[in-house]
Design a protein around this ligand. Structure first.
Ligand code: GAL
Length: 652
């Protein structure tokens, strides 16, 4: 009897052993994790010692924390959960414990290495988290799969030994044999060239001698996730193997053959990454290279256009450059789509130029100067004959425009003059000084300052300090109202009158609103009237109106604007905003398209001002369109009857 029981027990133990042996996951939890770290003799760090990670990587360290610490670090943990696409599955409140460990032999020698071929690394990284909820394996694995997809690792290409998921358990494991991976890269000319360009090293030498393996394992069991990664480059795998043993991985991912399909997909990613980095590096290089000391946006800005009418043509294209004849391509670089007018400018120019048979590369840079630089560089590389640029910030595009000039590209500065470079051939805009004059004079007339008794309170909100136009709008308006400020007819209760004190970063409505709220709170207690608010454009006028709606009880002051954005025209109809300078983007866009076409056909380019706009390097041949302004009395004629907006679009 005893024997029988014994043999049954033996079978059961063997069965359990077999099961455990091929158990899908190690079922790692915090206690097991800490035991493994102690077995590996890793140095324990406390949360407030995390800045000592670098000193401890070579010999290995670990860290473990539970609810108290997690509550303390919940914000950063939630951020990482979002990055890891896990925030749908759970958030930091659910997390019971968290721990990680790392060791990397050779880490301290990296700085001395000459290049990738000299690097010898053997390391591993382990991370454990108890996210406190069972049956979440599928959600978590879904988040991880999304994350892997971002590096071109598609779970559908993994084998059952590499990928498994159920309600309560799951794993992802894969192994990259670096020698084989190097072979794939070297067989891919596109990739080799990109890597050569990126690292400025002979990539063949680096790759030919590359030895080693990289492996990743993600295990989920119940509410615990255990992520393990590591490997060796040009070195033995002692650290890696010690970690695998100490943490008791259910399967060592390095025991799996490399998944060739996954490796192929990853090389595509490396190609695009290498190309992007080398371009971004070049763009950054251009941005940071000393530009012959002509940095800075101001230049010797003109005192404001006279907007002379009548044309004095100038020769087509860069007279001293051949131009990239015949490509028929035009690049249009706009600052952002966030402000309606730029979207309209860009669309209009594109439509008109395409109607003339040209190919148009229209880009919006999201108000990011480095993006705009890269986009202009791309336009040069695809062979644009003409590039039309509304610069986000003048000095940032100098270098790339000089690259364009060197390639014979004609550059038209659109709406915003670009200072500090000979590379600008033409400027097309509205008379921006006149825009400011219209705004200032409107206030003078609306308040009847020449005849009315008493004094009036005014505040000023200007545009982006890096936008040359903003300075011109401000100057034009101040030249109109300054005599009344000096005489005391107009009072600026906040005392904020200088451009730098009244400018609005990126023309943002929120920024204008925040400053207006502060001014109202500090200088306009109830009963104190504000009679006028000079705003340089509509997005800032919206910010002022939002602030007035929140904190001001009196009648709306005389508020100026510019661009006739739909929301602001609605404010004009509703009596919240008094006027907006209308710079018909159809006129401006058509004029720019016409000039670009004239350049490409070698015709005389239509300009009406050759001596007002000096950009600090030369007088720029310009075409200035005349702005008008819109009020509640004339918006129908100027905006609706002209087809700029439909009446429906303007109805609340
Ligand atoms: C200026 C432009 C204005 C307005 C402002 C906001 O440069 O001349 O019309 O659009 O930018 O982007």
């Amino acid at each position: 009897m005893k024997k029988k029981v014994l043999s049954v027990l033996l079978v059961l133990v063997m069965l359990a052993g077999v099961l455990t042996g091929c158990s899908k996951t190690s079922g790692m939890n915090k206690d097991k994790f800490v035991k493994a770290c102690e077995k590996l003799k890793l140095t324990e760090l406390e949360i407030d010692e995390m800045d000592e990670i670098e000193e401890n990587v070579e010999d290995g360290f670990y860290f473990a924390g539970d609810e108290d610490l997690i509550a303390d670090k919940s914000k950063i943990i939630d951020t990482y959960l979002k990055i890891a696409k896990l925030s749908k599955a759970f958030d930091s409140d659910d997390i019971v414990s968290i721990a990680f460990a790392a060791k990397c032999a050779g880490y301290d020698d990296i700085k001395e290495s000459e290049g990738p071929e000299d690097v010898e690394l053997d390391g591993a990284f382990a991370f454990q988290m108890d996210f406190g909820q069972k049956d979440k394996a599928e959600d978590v694995m879904d988040g991880i799969a999304k994350l892997l997809k971002q590096v071109n690792i598609k779970t559908k290409k993994l084998t059952p030994k590499e990928y498994y998921v159920s309600k309560n358990e799951g794993y992802i494991r894969f192994h990259i044999d670096l020698e084989k991976f190097a072979r794939i890269i070297l067989d891919d000319d596109d990739l080799t060239d990109s890597l050569k360009d990126l690292y400025d090293v002979d990539i063949e030498d680096t790759m030919e001698d590359l030895k080693g393996d990289i492996a990743v394992s993600v295990e989920i069991k119940g509410s615990n996730i255990f992520i393990f990664a590591g490997g060796a480059v040009n070195s033995e795998k002692k650290v890696y193997k010690d970690f695998v043993k100490a943490f008791g991985l259910a399967t060592d991912p390095m025991s799996l053959p490399m998944n060739e399909e996954v490796a192929d997909d990853m090389t595509e990613l490396i190609v695009s990454y290498a190309k992007y980095i080398s371009k971004a590096r070049d763009a950054k290089k251009r941005l940071t290279d000393p530009i012959g000391g002509t940095g800075g946006t101001g230049g010797t800005g003109s005192t404001g256009g006279t907007g002379s009418t009548g044309g004095t043509g100038s020769t087509g294209g860069n007279p001293d450059n051949k131009g990239i004849q015949g490509s028929g391509k035009v690049g249009i670089s706009m600052p952002t789509k966030d402000l309606m007018r730029w979207a309209q400018d860009g669309d209009r120019m594109k439509k008109e130029l395409e109607a003339m048979g040209y190919t148009v590369d229209l880009r919006y840079a999201g108000n990011q100067v480095t993006v705009q630089v890269q986009q202009i560089q791309d336009m040069i590389e695809i062979g644009c004959e003409v590039i039309v640029v509304a610069a986000i910030e003048s000095s940032s595009v100098i270098q790339v425009l000089e690259n364009a000039k060197a390639q014979g590209v004609t550059v038209i500065a659109y709406d915003r003059l670009i200072y500090g470079t000979e590379a600008v051939d033409y400027y097309v805009s509205f008379d921006n000084y006149m825009v400011g004059q219209l705004q200032g004079k409107y206030i003078v007339e609306a308040l009847d300052l020449d005849n009315a008794n008493g004094s009036f309170n005014i505040e000023i909100t200007a545009g982006d300090p890096t936008d040359n136009n903003a300075a011109l709008f401000y100057q034009g308006a101040m030249d109109a109202i300054k005599p009344y400020i000096d005489s005391g007819k107009l009072k600026v209760l906040s005392g904020q009158k200088d451009f730098k004190d009244v400018a609005t970063d990126s023309w943002k409505t929120d920024n204008a609103q925040a400053r207006a709220e502060n001014i109202l709170a500090a200088y306009y207690p109830s009963g104190t009237n504000i009679d006028a608010w000079l705003c340089s454009n509509d997005s800032t006028a919206c910010g002022v109106i939002n602030a007035l709606d929140k904190y001001y009880k009196g009648n709306y002051p005389v508020i100026t604007g510019q661009d006739c954005d739909i929301l602001s025209v609605k404010h004009i109809i509703a009596g919240k905003q008094a006027m907006s300078v209308f710079k018909d983007t159809r006129t401006l866009a058509s004029q720019a398209a016409k000039m670009a076409s004239q350049v490409m056909n070698g015709q005389k380019v239509d300009v009406n001002d050759t001596d007002t706009y000096n950009n600090g390097k030369k007088d720029i041949s310009s075409y200035l369109c005349s702005p008008v302004f819109v009020t509640v009395d004339n918006y129908k004629t100027i905006l609706v009857d002209s087809g700029y907006y439909t009446q429906d679009a303007l109805d609340y």
